[in-house]
Design a protein around this ligand. Structure first.
Ligand code: PLP
Length: 383
């Protein structure tokens, strides 16, 4: 069931997950094995030889990922960053150049600045919402990829996926979109022209803060084959139990995202009126500079909300320390609400760089609890 004639929620529940042919098990089993018996030399059953190269639980997840992103092939990895690293070393060579967002996820920035650069990959950080700026930074024949993240973490800036795809393809470069914040329920980058979708499945796809994982989805068979080769050759795969947990999470992605969006909208309305809040960042706000583009390419605006505290850095830190229901923690996209101070937590590695975030910034991952309880918690924390 990979054809896109089914609706999103049907694919999320069924793609790659036909009942087990041997036992009828409705849920794909966890094939916790490292190797497979072969019928004769050179004759593995169903093509499975060794679990780095292939595992049926991982295959189920990969097929589902491809279906829900509208891609040709999905690949699952041990983490989002493992997926990113595999992608970079599959499509880029030393000497190539990549454009990355002016406020990329901290770990993505670190991968470019501290790992890929040592390996010979050049990169430039540019605000991707400024298309003239992107064009000016583009080095024809050298820039191999535009790396977009939309909405961005933590400032929720919006990049125009279709416009960036057009620009990249003009120069035979690739457009990669980190779709972690939106999830495929809200945004489908491949249909908008992107070549590669990246996920930290740790976040909304897993959805329960109980598993770390990453994914790549591509719309092109040849690139899919190259990535499959590198997935095995580099070995950054996830284990079968992690694949199973992620697959289980994906089944409810649609209903969870709707509730994340409902709750986030209520909280944005509340924060926008509060005197302890300076600015609210949410692409659903008409005052958000990327609102029009977001409305064009997203179904709704997601569960991530950032805001600047009126009293500066200490006020932001105090708010983070005072919430009770909003758990003070890194990560995002789980059913429970989280709060964090990006400057001291998730984005500490970007301090002193062009990607440094404002010191008075607070980031919320709005969960799916009863929204009145979330509002009451914020009320006591904002004081
Ligand atoms: C968390 C995250 C990543 C990295 O994923 P891991 O699973 O933590 O390795 C990449 N991009 C974004 C937008 C993220 O939020």
């Amino acid at each position: 069931m990979t054809a896109n004639n089914y609706g999103f929620d049907t694919l999320a529940i069924h793609a790659g997950q036909e009942p087990d042919p041997r036992t009828g098990a409705v849920v794909p089993p966890i094939y916790q094995t490292s190797t497979y018996a072969q019928d004769a030399v050179g004759a593995p059953r169903l093509g499975y030889e060794y679990a780095r190269s292939g595992n049926p639980t991982r295959d189920a997840l990969q097929e589902c990922l491809a279906a829900i992103e509208g891609g040709r092939r999905g690949l699952a990895f041990a983490s989002g960053l493992a997926a990113e690293d595999t992608l970079l070393r599959t499509v880029c060579r030393p000497g190539d150049h990549v454009l990355i967002p002016g406020d990329a996820y901290g770990g993505t920035y670190r991968l470019f600045a501290k790992v890929a650069e040592n390996w010979g990959l050049a990169w430039t950080a540019v605000p991707l919402d400024d298309l003239d700026g992107v064009r000016a930074a583009f080095r024809p024949g050298v820039t191999r990829m535009i790396w977009a993240e939309t909405p961005t973490n933590p400032l929720l800036n919006i990049a125009d996926i279709a416009a960036l795809a057009g620009l990249a393809h003009e120069y035979d470069a690739l457009l990669t979109v980190d779709n972690t914040f939106a999830s495929p329920y809200l945004q489908q980058p491949i249909a908008l022209g992107a070549d590669v979708v990246v996920h930290s499945t740790t976040k909304y796809l897993g959805g329960h803060s109980d598993v770390v994982g990453g994914a790549l989805v591509v719309g092109n068979d040849e690139l899919g084959d190259q990535l499959l080769f590198h997935q095995n050759a580099m070995g950054a795969i996830n284990g079968p139990f992690d694949a199973w947990l992620t697959l289980r999470g994906i089944k409810t992605l649609g209903v969870r995202m709707d509730r994340h969006c409902d709750n986030a909208e209520r909280i944005v309305g509340y924060l926008s009126e509060h005197s302890a809040v300076e600015t609210v960042y949410y692409p659903g706000l008409e005052t958000h500079p990327g609102h029009e583009t977001a409305a064009k390419q997203m179904q709704r605006f997601g569960g991530m909300v950032s805001f600047r505290a009126a009293g500066g850095m200490q006020a932001a830190i105090d708010i983070c320390n005072r919430t009770k229901l909003f758990v003070l923690a890194e990560s995002l996209g789980g059913v429970e609400s989280l709060i964090e101070h990006p400057g001291q937590m998730t984005h500490l590695s970007a301090a002193g760089s062009p990607l440094e975030v404002p010191a008075d910034l607070v980031r919320l991952s709005v969960g799916i609890e009863s929204v009145d309880d979330l509002l009451a918690d914020l009320e006591q924390a904002l004081g």
